[in-house]
Design a protein around this ligand. Structure first.
Ligand code: FAD
Length: 399
């Protein structure tokens, strides 16, 4: 157990592991602290692993774009294997959103993203499994794909360890240690790790972790005003065999903004599709969803009009996890102003996996150099400090 570190990172999901890796790679003394067995129910473990650039929020697109090359060349850049597979990605919209899609594609091109607007007929020629009825325009990204989230987080943790990071777990998880307003360490298994910076990357656990140290990340302010910083939402998917789906081997990833669903290939002979959840699912460690449940049936009915053969496909598994959401749909990344030493990296709103390489790199650089990184500016927690509602950026019907 190290008594001191330059930085203590709390949370072993994709975000915490990436921050720890980038700090260790830059030569910092790092302690990565996590709850034993906690990764089993983490958002990272159950992530769909999609890496795509098209977003309503241009800042999220930028973080994703900054990380794409890392996923593509993982072995050379990080080491190990993240299981990235380039599949191509199509974003489908109706007539009402064709204009905003064209503007977003132009904006993404300005960021250097390879993307183009296709007509539904052009996409249908390449993707016979898709029924594009009602689709007016398509944004297509040839380099997008998906990675294996468990292998990604494991690779980051292992590579952090190989560069000197201490990776420590304990059954009760971590407690924050403060002296007055200053945060100066974290306690695991009763032992204090003193550190100059404490990074809270504990996903949905972040609010409870901070609350136990007297810092509210808030779920309500007593007046009903939308000041909540971090709250928990259940997110899920199901996987089906593709034997009934035509030309499934060449299927790309799809977000159908009209129906509010997504699906993507899932390796040999399987397709993964979104399962919307209403939050009534009990939180806890069991992250399976019964494959014959009403939720899975409704999810299949949502995606089936777009994906030929899905109605007859056998669902083999379904799963969910709690993810940390914020009231304006943007993550919280940065120092928490009244508390020197405390730095948040949480609240990724269902999209943090693809951002993990860029977030890890930028947070590590910022903590070690003291120079702020502009790509993190839109994510600062102090945007809520005035207590005013912060607007949500939503350009599309469903995202
Ligand atoms: C079903 C689903 C599908 C998704 N699909 C995508 C996708 O396709 N693309 C995409 O980009 N994103 C996707 N996401 C979102 C993405 O997975 C998350 O944003 C990302 O994994 C969050 O990582 P994290 O490290 O912040 O949190 P987590 O992965 O939840 O990790 C937090 C860790 O902190 C630990 N922890 C909590 N409290 C404590 C404590 N007190 N002490 C010590 N440790 C603690 C937990 O045990 C956990 O292991 C999806 C999420 C889900 C659930």
């Amino acid at each position: 157990m190290p008594g001191t570190a330059d930085v203590a990172v709390i949370g072993d999901g994709a975000i915490g592991a990436s921050i720890a890796y980038h700090l260790a790679a830059a030569g910092a003394k790092v302690a990565l602290l996590a709850r034993s067995g906690g990764f089993r129910s983490s958002a990272t473990r159950r992530s769909a692993g999609q890496v795509r650039m098209h977003h309503s929020d241009p800042h999220d697109a930028r973080l994703a774009a900054l990380g794409l090359e890392t996923f593509e060349h993982w072995a050379e850049i990080i080491g190990g294997d993240c299981g990235f597979r380039r599949a191509g990605f199509a974003f489908l919209v109706d007539e009402d959103h064709a204009g905003v899609l064209a503007r977003t594609v132009a904006e993404l091109k300005g960021l250097g993203v390879e993307t183009t607007v296709l007509t539904p007929d052009e996409l249908a020629d390449e993707q016979p499994a898709l029924d594009l009825d009602g689709v007016a325009a398509v944004a297509y990204e040839p380099r997008s794909g998906y990675a294996d989230p468990v292998r990604t987080a494991m690779a980051l943790t292992e590579q952090a360890r190989a560069r000197g990071a201490e990776v420590l777990t304990g059954p009760g998880g971590v407690r924050l240690h403060r002296t007055g307003d200053r945060f100066a360490g974290a306690v695991l298994n009763g032992d204090l790790v003193s550190a100059e910076h404490i990074v809270v990357a504990a996903g949905v656990g972040s609010a409870a972790l901070c609350a136990a140290a007297g810092v509210g990340l808030g779920t309500a302010d007593g007046t009903g005003a939308p000041r909540a910083l971090v709250h928990s939402k259940q997110v899920g998917w199901a996987v089906a065999n593709t034997s009934t789906i035509p030309c499934a081997a060449s299927l790309c990833m799809v977000i159908d903004d009209i129906a509010g669903t997504y699906f993507r290939p899932d390796g040999s002979g399987q397709v993964l599709f979104r399962v919307p959840l209403d939050g009534s699912q009990a939180p806890g460690d069991d992250t399976r969803i019964p494959r014959r449940s009403a939720e899975v049936a409704a999810a299949r009915a949502l995606a089936a009009p777009r994906l030929r053969g899905l109605t007859a496909a056998e669902v083999t598994t379904a799963a969910r996890a709690a993810e940390a959401y914020t009231s304006d749909g943007r993550a919280l990344i940065g120092p928490l102003a009244p508390h020197p030493g405390l730095y948040l990296a949480t609240g990724f709103n269902g999209g943090g996996f693809k951002a993990a390489p860029a977030v890890g790199r930028a947070v590590a650089a910022e903590l070690l150099s003291g120079v702020v990184r502009p790509e993190l500016d839109p994510y600062r927690p102090d945007r809520f400090a005035a207590g005013e509602p912060v607007p949500i950026i939503q350009r599309y019907r469903n995202m």
